[in-house]
Design a protein around this ligand. Sequence first.
Ligand SMILES: *Cc1c(COP(=O)(O)O)cnc(C)c1O
Length: 400
Amino acid sequence: METQNFVQLEERYGAHNYHPLDVVIQRGQGVWVYDVEGKKYLDCLSAYSALNQGHVHPKILQALIEQAQKVTLTSRAFRNDQLPLLYQELSEVTGYEMSLPMNSGAEAVETALKLARKWAYRVKGVPRHRAEVIVCDGNFHGRTISVVSFSSTDLYKDDFGPFTPGFVSVPYGDAGAVSAAIGPDTAAVMVEPIQGESGVVMPPDGYLRQLAEVCRKNNVLLIADEIQTGLGRTGKLFASQHEGVRPDMVVIGKALSGGFYPVSAVLADQPLLGLFQPGEHGSTFGGNPLGAAVARAALRVIVEENLVENAAKQGRYFIEQLAEIPSPFVKEVRGKGLLIGVELKQTAGGARRFCEALRDRGILAKETHEHVIRFAPPLVIRREEIDWALPLIREVLNMP
Ligand SMILES: *Cc1c(COP(=O)(O)O)cnc(C)c1O
């Protein structure tokens, strides 16, 4: 079958909740993917940063196969021999005392919110059912009803009310606005260190540090959603570390499994994560031995292959080179590490046509919020591969 056959099948039988570029991927390796017609592409999206380790990393694949042959699911009704090791290794790598495993990113966000509420009632002394969480305009934390309840993107929420109460949204990048929004019932502030889905929006320098200070002063938890920015993407293990900030909770997902399998987690220290009692929270698949074995291998690859350092180094080069491309359409090139946004001027006619033109030249990138092209290749990318892409990107950014 050819590309158009797959596209037709998908459009006919599948829900239309995405608007994908018409490229039908059949296999991938490292930074490259191949479509059903044998054409090769440089993956500059990495499945929204779930593929930091590159496609089908052989060590993660090996771990997946070996564990799948032993046992895949025990449920948390019993213990398994992978989850304790994942807990320990996550703690060693991240510096947090404990973690709680879930599957999707949105579930881990929900977990963090539940924990913040519980902390508010049990530790801070907020009257029951009054806890508030402060979030930021332009946020993206997932798609569940509670999470879209505090989205500021109409498309994500308009038809999906009634909404979960208990959230307040303030402008992103403004620590003063957070400070002003804090009241006696505030449990937590939840923030993305860089807003990926909103168009690689970078807050002003010092923002996270100021937030951490405001939270500390007011006895409010700081939750960093590092599902997209974490695990090396921005050139530090966590983007919060660029400002020396250690949030009370960190939410991770995506690259935690190197793209093989949905694994997410909430990281925190014992006084906080120790608050959950048996039965208060859970997931049939969360913490399963297959996911745990995959996550252990995926974490090891990040550390052993120095992917954090490589993201910093290649990212610096990529951003610098992109910024030098002359183009009538580019408004700004920004980013940290290998999370890069090229914002186009209003006159460019939207980012989609540029992404289609990039695809035709063998580069897969996706528009985010209409006017921004995101470049976020796997962190295993090498200088030669960036150098291969640059002239093609230059050509596209100068199309009529
Ligand atoms: C992708 C993402 C999520 C949601 O993760 P899912 O696995 O799609 O549920 C949440 N927060 C951020 C910052 C993300 O990038």
